[in-house]
Design a protein around this ligand. Sequence first.
Ligand SMILES: *[C@@H]1O[C@H](CO)[C@@H](O)[C@H](O)[C@H]1NC(C)=O
Ligand SMILES: *[C@@H]1O[C@H](CO)[C@@H](O)[C@H](O)[C@H]1NC(C)=O
Length: 113
Amino acid sequence: MKPICIVGAFLAAKVQATTLFIGTTEQGGEGSVGRWAIDTGMCLSFDGIFDKNISWADAEGGFVSGCFLYDERDCKGENVMVEARVANMPANSPINLTELEFDNRARSVECHA
Ligand SMILES: *[C@@H]1O[C@H](CO)[C@@H](O)[C@H](O)[C@H]1NC(C)=O
Ligand SMILES: *[C@@H]1O[C@H](CO)[C@@H](O)[C@H](O)[C@H]1NC(C)=O
């Protein structure tokens, strides 16, 4: 019974993983700052000033390999990957979306375990 319980707990932790996705309207973390806690596998469409207005992005959270930004709502259309900071791993640099040709284009985001 004991090994089965450990496996079950590990799978439950993976399913419930949450990423903190951070997007700002100006380069280098400047401008308006948005922070969204997103469960892995769930799509979030940006609203208000953040829709097609994000220039810089960062993501952090355990069990997450990366987040994808999409140029249409509901995680459709062209996408680019933004790497996530994984717990206990060296931090990646925040992403300059101009370098990914995605400046002011993102309309939705989804993160993957
Ligand atoms: C973002 O990338 C663009 C294109 O490479 C560059 O011109 C700009 O200086 C960069 N901004 C920052 C804050 O690094
Ligand atoms: C983009 O963000 C800036 C800074 O927060 C804001 O002033 C501007 O109105 C936004 N643009 C749109 C189209 O929402």
